[in-house]
Ligand binder design. Structure first.
Ligand code: DC
Length: 191
């Protein structure tokens, strides 16, 4: 059967990755969580002190972008591909509230976006791919065969993220997560 490219765009924590994983599993397609790639670059920046709660050294991060090698490796037990940064499994490390708080700053950097978009386009060359993220249907695969867009209320987004974080053993309150969702919403409105 002819394989297609499926692009799932939408806001954070609206269930994009849940839907994308289910579609990929049903069709035997490759699922690419592009948010994980932005989280991985954020984690790298945190490790190298290019970013903290109080500062961001964009110039240094850009200079060091070539030291970042990202890979997805399929985990048979989990049923999805985990994120690796320079051969280290960082799937859990990129899901913390600290990374969530800083990732939007990193995702604003055009050099970071250019690097990740290029890699995403390479991964989609052979079709049979489901990719999610807010620029997938517009920038990464403007000619995708199927485009979906997902949204949800701030409460629903916060509830989804809260449950994800609790499941991973993070100590956060629903209010903190809701606040984080609101902050990101404000950023979205400003851009
Ligand atoms: O979906 P998520 O929460 O894992 O995404 C993490 C961050 O990366 C979030 O700030 C949105 C951003 N992102 C992006 O700018 N472009 C993408 N294609 C995917 C995610």
């Amino acid at each position: 059967m002819k394989k297609i490219t499926i692009a799932i765009d939408g806001f954070s924590s609206t269930g994009k990755s849940t839907l994308a994983k289910q579609i990929a599993n049903q069709l035997g397609y490759i699922y690419v969580d592009t948010g994980a790639m932005y989280r991985a670059v954020t984690y790298f920046a945190m490790q190298h002190n290019f970013i903290s709660e109080t500062h961001l050294d964009t110039e240094e991060l850009i200079k060091n972008l070539s030291d970042i090698t990202l890979q997805f490796r399929f985990n048979e037990t989990l049923g999805f591909a985990e994120m690796y940064l320079n051969n280290e499994n960082i799937e859990l490390a990129i899901r913390t509230i600290e990374v969530s708080r800083m990732v939007s700053k990193i995702a604003e950097i055009s050099e970071v976006r250019a690097k990740l978009v290029e890699q995403q386009q390479q991964m989609g060359q052979n079709k049979g791919i489901v990719m999610d993220g807010r620029d997938i249907g517009t920038i990464v695969f403007p000619d995708a065969d199927l485009k979906l867009f997902m949204t949800a209320s701030p409460q629903t987004k916060a509830q989804r993220r809260f449950e994800e974080l609790i499941e991973k053993g993070q100590k956060v309150t629903f209010e903190e997560v809701l606040q984080n969702v609101h902050e990101r919403f404000v950023i979205l409105l400003q851009t």
